[in-house]
Design a protein around this ligand. Structure first.
Ligand code: UT7
Length: 317
């Protein structure tokens, strides 16, 4: 169905360390590091998400040795672009001067895997060949910086991948579970257009419940991969998990009895960047030339919806 032919990423310059949050909410570096592993996160202080997403896109196109004109489709996964309309994908298309269809997907933190699934279907149906997927998030727009239970967790960033025809997607599964009340942000538009009462659009999360959902989801997907493909954790070279919390990743790693080198991370530097976390991480490992041809990558993400998505990709670049 598809293979990954290029990866890219872009992160904003401003770095907020844990000391920054000690000044604005009742928290400590010790609490944040011991409960999450997060030390810093990058936050957008100027420009729009379009610029960040376009920079990641151009970076991925360069890595794939493609020009914007070679693209057949652009898919962006994001919680919120710069505009309600047009989509972030249309804004990026215009910015990088591509000439192709473009649309957004909102599947929260699982957005990159959802996008891969859609791209795989379109490539398999021979509708498109070169598809650019960008997962770009500006969580800082919806994070409540007076709520210590969420504001220390999230960062902004963008990751991208160019996919094309190939035979490297061994497994993919996307899904949803009940739990709208566990992780959400109201749109911020007036609830009642006549009274114009505006609800706040801040992010709410029931952390402990999402923690349970996350670990159960990732472990059950690894079992499913074993059952369907006869691929065991030992056969997988890289576990690229959604970078929500170091403790979730450690719980999974220990339960699978796998070495730390197989679980690259970026949460300690970037925090939770929602859908962007996996493609950003993939790009870091790719740029470090660590993936070897034939390596199996297990990707798994979970988030608001509740959404989940997992896949196994053979590296062939
Ligand atoms: O990307 C979408 C998916 N998201 C996730 O996967 C996130 C999953 N959940 C988590 O990562 C964790 O649940 C959190 C990091 C969000 C929270 O960690 P926790 O160990 O589950 O803590 P908790 O929510 O049970 O809170 C424990 C205590 C509470 O105080 P009391 O009630 O025990 O007195 C909180 O009020 O920690 C308190 N607390 C804080 N204390 C200092 C919560 N946030 C903070 C903070 N600093 N920033």
């Amino acid at each position: 169905m598809l293979k990954i032919i290029g990866t890219g990423r872009a992160i904003p310059d401003f770095i907020a360390d844990n000391a920054f949050f000690e000044k604005i909410v009742d928290t400590t570096d010790d609490w944040i590091v011991s409960r999450t592993g997060i030390k810093t996160r990058h936050i957008m202080t100027e420009g729009g998400l379009t610029e960040l997403a376009a920079a990641a896109a151009q970076n991925a196109l360069d890595n794939a040795n493609l020009e914007p004109a070679d693209l057949d489709l652009i898919i962006c996964s994001t919680l919120q672009g710069d505009y309600i309309t047009p989509s972030l994908a249309c804004c990026v298309k215009s910015k990088i001067k591509a000439d192709c269809p473009a649309f957004d997907i909102n599947a929260a933190c699982a957005g990159f895997i959802y996008s891969l699934n859609v791209a795989a279907g379109l490539i398999k149906s021979q509708i498109y060949n070169n598809i650019l997927i960008i997962s770009a998030e500006r969580l800082s727009k919806i994070v409540d910086y007076t709520d210590r239970s969420t504001c220390v967790l999230f960062g902004d960033g963008a990751g991208a991948a160019v996919v094309s025809k190939g035979d490297c997607l061994r497994y993919i599964n996307i899904g949803t579970k009940e739990g709208i009340e566990l992780l959400n942000a109201l749109s911020g538009l007036p609830e009642n257009c006549f009274t114009k009462k505006r609800e706040q659009g801040f992010l709410y999360m029931n952390g402990p419940e999402i923690f349970k959902f996350a670990t159960q989801t990732v472990l059950s997907e690894i079992n499913e991969v074993n059952r369907r493909l006869n691929v065991k954790p030992d056969d997988i070279q890289w576990f690229l998990l959604h970078q929500a919390n170091g403790r979730i990743i450690e719980t999974v790693r220990k339960s699978l009895k796998q070495p730390q080198e197989k679980f690259p991370e970026n949460y300690s530097r970037f925090g939770n960047t929602s859908a962007a976390s996996i493609p950003m991480l993939m790009d870091e490992v790719n740029r470090d030339n660590k993936f070897k041809k034939g390596d199996l990558l297990f990707l798994s993400a979970f988030g608001g919806g509740l959404t989940m998505g997992s896949c196994v990709i053979e590296w062939d670049k």
